[in-house]
Each structure stands twice: as C-alpha cells, then as structure tokens.
Design a protein around this ligand. Structure first.
Ligand SMILES: [Zn+2]
Length: 376
C-alpha cells in the first residue's frame, strides 16, 4: 500500500492515512467542486469549493466511522487493533489476529455496513429537516446520505474481503465448522464480483464515455482491486490451511551464534556473524541468551558509534519479543509473524522458558513454498 502517515489516536487506536488517500481526497474534492459549478452556476466560487471540501471531509470521516465501528467491536471482543488505515478505496482495520469464532467474526463485521446505513439515515434526516432553509446544506446532506448508503450496500455484497463476504464466510464457517472451506467459497464469490465490476465498468465507459466515463473507470478500478484482494485472501487461506499440519519444530534450526552483550558493535566478529547467520545473532548476558541483534538493528546505529555501543544496548530483549512454542502449528506461526511488527519470533519451550531458536517470516514462507508448492 505504500507509506502511511500517522495522524491521531482514537480510543487508543492509531489512525493512519496512506499517501494514495491524499490523491483521492483531492480528486473527490475536485470532482465535487466542478459538479457544483455545473449544477449550481449561481453559487460564488468560494461557496462551490468550500462545500466541495466540506463534503469530501465528511465523506472521509464517514469512512473512518465505518472502520472505527469494526475496530471498537473487535477490541470489545478481545481482539486488539493495531491500526486503522485510510487509503485509496476506503479503510482497513488492522486486527492483531483473526476472530477465533464465527460469531465474533460476524459481529465485528456486521457493525461496519450497519454504521454506514445509520449515517445515511442521520444525513437523510438532516437533509429532510434543513431542505427548505438552505440550498447548500440540502446538496451536501443529500450527497452524504447517498454516499453512505452506497458504502453500506456495496460493502454488504457477499464477496470476500468485503464485509458481506466476511459475513458469508462467518455463516458458512459457523454451519460447517470448516474455516478453509468457508474462506474458499467467500473468496471465489469475491473474485467473481471483481470480474463483473471490471466488465461492467468498462462496458459502461465504452457505451457512453461522456456520461459514464468517470464512474465506469472508477467501477472497473474498484473491481480490479476487489479481484486482487480476493485472490490474495484465497492464496493466504490456502497457505494457512496447508501449514496447519506442520509444527514450528519442523523449521526450527539450532544453527545460531551467540555473542556476549558487552561486545561493541564495531567488533569485526559482529558483521561477520550477521552475514553468515541469516542476519541475526543472539546476544548473551552472564552466559544466558537475553536478546537478539538483527541486521536492521545493527544498521540503525551510526557507524561512528559502533566502537562505543555494546550489543546489549541495541539488541531486542527476548522478553519483549512475541514467542512461539515448538509444538505450535506453522499456521499459527505465520499468523503471529504477520500480525506483529517484528519479522522474527522467538521459539521457547512452554511458559516462555529456554530459548530454542528463532523463526523468521522468510523461514516460514520458504517452508510454505517448499512443502505446499505455492508461489509466494
Ligand atoms: Zn467494513
């Protein structure tokens, strides 16, 4: 998705704006402003553009409200939310893990479209009440009502990863008890909707470009996005399913190297070991492994500081790392590594005891490619 800008925290959830969002915000504002110019030529330019900016700001706040409803219910249901990102086509709530039960997935999902429809009702009510008094408010509230209604209805299409697709998956999962089967069905329908939207959008644009050009291309773009997101979810589901029958101990290597915590970063041994041991070395304090040093941490310290910086000051302490047990499934490992911001997990024996090794995201994907014959 490219780089994002962290804006604010709402209820402790960081809200980020992807750079593609800024482009879309400007585009929507521009389209609205020029539309107002056509439909209300009597409006002064300042009013035209002032209303365009207000409408798109309220539109994006509506998208944020939709995502926030998913996130708040997720938190209430015991699923921590890492962030909400607003981007090109809407918003994404990044949950720390998927729902463990179909019912949870269903409630976390259903509140999104419901809140969009509720917003449509609120804006519709405002439109109805204020219609006789102000032409500008009439226009703004009518637009916001229809946008939120569309947002709610579109999201209820039963194709994964749209909200409707998630609800369908939760329903099939609840009935059959088979998560993978449910993901397959919902993702296939998502792909089909994507293809239909691309075909529909292109046909509309070809049929009458002057009338449907912009909306046709827009529809085709969203369709393409939906198709690729559904395809990615399908593949991800397949990998997860395939990895369920393997254990973390299957990829665990005890091929690691320990360096003492008081050794300076500048020691030639550090760079040498990082290069040889897959960009990671363990760091010990008083003879016990207490942390690890990755290439990224190593590179984060300016070279001029290397001679005076001991490994223990830069290392990632084991205690702060997410960890796995050797008997956890590879599927769990993948989910954990994908939801944490660190690309390596410590493997320790039960109850966070002795360190047995480290598994990286790359290790898991390489293993998946090998045993499942999937291109990743
Ligand atoms: Zn949603």
């Amino acid at each position: 998705m490219g780089p994002s800008l962290r804006l604010i925290k709402i209820f402790g959830i960081p809200v980020e704006i992807n750079f593609s969002w800024i482009f879309i915000f400007l585009l929507v504002t521009y389209l609205l402003g020029s539309q107002f110019g056509h439909t209300h030529p009597g409006w002064p330019v300042a009013q035209q553009w002032g209303l365009a900016v207000t409408t798109s700001a309220l539109f994006f706040l509506s998208v944020l409200a939709h995502e926030l409803s998913h996130s708040l219910v997720a938190v209430r249901r015991g699923i921590p939310v890492l962030s909400i990102t607003l981007f090109f086509f809407g918003g994404v709530s990044q949950l720390s893990h998927e729902a463990r039960r179909p019912y949870t997935e269903f409630v976390v999902t259903v509140v999104g479209p419901l809140s969009s429809i509720l917003l449509a009702l609120v804006f519709g009510g405002l439109w109805y009440l204020l219609r006789p008094y102000s032409e500008s408010l009439e226009v703004v509230f009518r637009l916001l009502m229809s946008i939120n209604l569309m947002l709610g209805v579109f999201n209820m299409l039963p194709g994964f990863p749209l909200d409707g697709g998630r609800m369908l998956r939760a329903a099939i999962w609840g009935i059959t008890g088979n998560f993978w089967r449910a993901t397959q069905v919902a993702a296939r329908i998502g792909q089909a909707f994507g293809v239909l939207m691309v075909l529909g959008g292109v046909s509309l644009a070809v049929l009458d470009f002057a009338l449907f050009g912009v909306s046709g291309i827009w529809m085709a773009l969203i369709g393409g996005f939906l198709f690729s997101a559904a395809t990615a979810s399908y593949r991800q589901g397949r990998v997860r399913e395939g990895l369920k029958s393997f254990r973390v101990s299957d990829v665990l290597t005890d091929d690691w190297w320990t360096l003492p915590g008081d050794m300076p970063l500048g020691s030639p041994l550090v760079g040498q070991r990082l290069a040889r041991q897959n960009d990671v070395v363990m760091v010990s304090l008083n003879g016990r492994v207490e942390g690890l040093l990755t290439r990224r941490l190593f590179d984060s310290v300016p070279r001029s500081q290397w001679p005076f910086t001991p490994l223990s000051r830069v290392m990632m302490p084991l205690g702060s790392m997410p960890w796995l047990a050797p008997e956890d499934t590879m599927s769990d490992a993948l989910e954990r590594v994908e939801s944490s911001r660190i690309d390596r997990l410590a493997v320790r024996n039960a109850a966070g005891g002795e360190l047995l090794g480290v598994v990286s995201r790359e290790d898991i994907l390489r293993f998946a490619r090998r045993v499942l014959h999937i291109k990743l």
